[in-house]
Structure formats: structure tokens, C-alpha cells
Design a protein around this ligand. Structure first.
Ligand SMILES: Nc1ncnc2c1ncn2[C@@H]1O[C@H](COP(=O)(O)OP(=O)(O)OP(=O)(O)O)[C@@H](O)[C@H]1O
Length: 268
């Protein structure tokens, strides 16, 4: 794969970067040709520092690469470091060492749907982030309308956000990111608090955004193996390390084998 010239942020500044693993992902998905990278992290290490106790090492030498325009999922047991990795990619945490490149603008959507929406109506919430750029009213309306269409909420434009389900609120948050021409969506366990209908609605909305735009890339943290059917690729972590990286079907089988072995072990 020919890599574009990427501007990496290097942590700490003097750190020497080792080469990427050779078995990073294939550059094709769902018939799309993929010729650029949206997210790349090399040799990330991260520890939480605490005054009273020992530092907690959370990420150990993690390297990932996600091609542009693809929907990837990040899986692993509780506490393995998924959210920490996502927050580093979002720029919300600074790694102890390693390098990070994420195409911008990027947007982080949190787990709790009630933390996503800030304005009284759907259209005003989607337009909220556009307030910081100087756009004509027509352009704002057009972006809001296109973004709501992409997440399947065109008919909800004037609805009070208080009347939305959790999944609809997540979709409004995603629409807000799309209205701001977001290139990378970082999505942290969005389906955790949702019922089954809402779960499917949110994941299909993300899949649809990517299918209708070559420009948007998404990384989705989840515990639900069944969601992998929507993914172009996946990353599996354990204990702060990237254990597998690439084909979603292969990763699903790997995790299912791991779970069966664990169940057999506790039953024997
Ligand atoms: N602020 C913090 N200070 C110290 N340790 C933390 C802090 N935040 C998270 N951790 C620890 O870092 C580790 C990784 O947490 P993280 O939330 O990234 O895991 P996760 O894989 O997303 O877990 P889950 O699936 O349960 O959401 C855990 O052991 C957690 O206890």
C-alpha cells in the first residue's frame, strides 16, 4: 500500500519510532479501493500516573492502521484498554510514548446518549457545532439536512431532543459530527445502554454514513460480536496489547474460540 505523507504526533518528542508490524491490514473493503490511511498509531504506550499508588500501565506497544473510508471495530475484555486507546486517538489523552496520526476533523462520541445532546431540538443540536464557523444560513440548513438524512433522521428535524430514544440521540450526535465535515468518527461503546432496535439503528446509521461517503472513517468500540458483521476490519486487544488486527470474520472466530475455551475451563 502506498502511504500518503502523514503528519505524526510523536510522544515524547525525542522518541525513536520502530517500523510498523508487517501484518497490518489489507487495503480493500466492500469493493472500495483504499489508498490512504485515516488512523495510524505506532508503538503506543500509556500509563495512568497516580500520586498515592504505583502507575497503572494500560497500553503496551500498540500499533494499528485503519484505511480511509472503512468501518473498524475495537474489541477486547473489560479493562484491556479500548477506551484509553480511543481517547488517545481523539487527543483526549497523551500517550507516554509512540506516534499517532488521525485524519481530521475528528469527533468522539461518548457512551451515554444523555451526554450527547445539548440543544432543545434536533436541528439546532446538529447545527450547534457549526456556530463556530462562519456559514450562510442556507449552508447550515443544507448541512443539517444532509447529516440527518445520512443517519436516517430526516423526519425528526424539529423534534424535541427530550422525546428521542437513546439510539436516536446517538444518531443526532453522529449527525452533528457529519455536519461539521468530520472525517473520523471515534465511537465509544454506543450501543451499551440501548435496546436491540436502537442498537441496530445506530450501527446501521454509521454503516450508511460510510457507504454514502468515501471520506468518513469510523472506529467503533464494542463488546458485541454480532456487530462485527457490519465491520470492514477489526482489532482485538487483551491486557493493553493488540493481539489481532485485520479481518473481522477471522477475529470473530478467534474471540469465539477464546470464549469457548474459557467456558470449558471453568466448567471442568
Ligand atoms: N483515570 C484512571 N486512572 C487509573 N486507571 C485507570 C483510569 N481510567 C482507566 N483506568 C484503568 O485502565 C485500564 C483500561 O481502562 P479502559 O477504560 O481503557 O478499558 P476498556 O477496555 O475500555 O474497558 P471496558 O470494556 O470495561 O470499558 C483499566 O484497568 C482501568 O481500570
Amino acid at each position: 500500500m502506498n502511504l500518503p505523507s502523514l503528519t505524526f504526533t510523536r510522544y515524547p518528542p525525542h522518541h525513536l519510532v520502530s517500523p510498523l508490524y508487517s501484518k497490518l491490514p489489507k487495503a480493500t473493503a466492500r469493493g472500495k479501493s483504499v489508498d490512504s490511511v485515516a488512523i495510524e498509531a505506532r508503538n503506543l504506550n500509556f500509563s495512568f500516573t497516580a500520586k498515592q499508588t504505583k502507575d497503572v500501565t494500560v497500553l503496551r506497544d500498540c500499533s494499528i492502521r485503519i484505511p480511509s473510508g472503512q468501518f473498524w471495530m475495537l474489541l477486547g475484555p473489560n479493562g484491556c484498554g479500548k477506551s484509553t486507546l480511543l481517547k488517545i486517538l481523539a487527543g483526549l489523552l497523551i500517550p507516554t510514548s509512540g506516534t499517532v496520526y488521525v485524519n481530521g476533523p475528528k469527533s468522539f462520541v461518548f457512551q451515554n446518549p444523555d451526554h450527547q445532546v445539548v440543544m432543545p431540538t434536533v436541528d439546532s443540536d446538529v447545527a450547534f457545532g457549526l456556530g463556530k464557523v462562519n456559514l450562510a444560513d442556507d449552508e447550515v440548513r443544507s448541512r443539517v439536512s444532509q447529516a440527518l438524512h445520512a443517519v436516517g433522521l430526516s423526519d425528526y428535524m424539529k423534534r424535541s431532543v427530550q422525546t428521542l430514544s437513546g439510539g436516536q440521540k446517538q444518531r443526532v450526535a453522529i449527525a452533528g459530527a457529519l455536519a461539521e465535515a468530520c472525517k473520523v468518527l471515534l465511537l465509544d461503546e454506543l450501543t451499551t445502554f440501548l435496546d436491540e432496535t436502537d442498537q441496530v439503528g445506530v450501527i446501521k446509521a454509521v454503516r450508511n454514513c460510510l457507504d454514502t461517503s468515501e471520506e468518513v472513517t469510523a472506529l467503533w468500540v464494542t463488546h458485541r460480536l454480532e456487530e462485527l458483521e457490519y465491520a470492514d476490519g477489526a482489532i482485538y486487544m487483551e491486557d493493553g496489547k493488540v493481539v489481532m488486527h485485520g479481518d473481522a470474520t477471522r477475529i470473530r472466530s478467534f474471540i469465539e474460540d477464546r470464549q469457548s475455551a474459557y467456558i470449558n475451563q471453568i466448567n471442568s
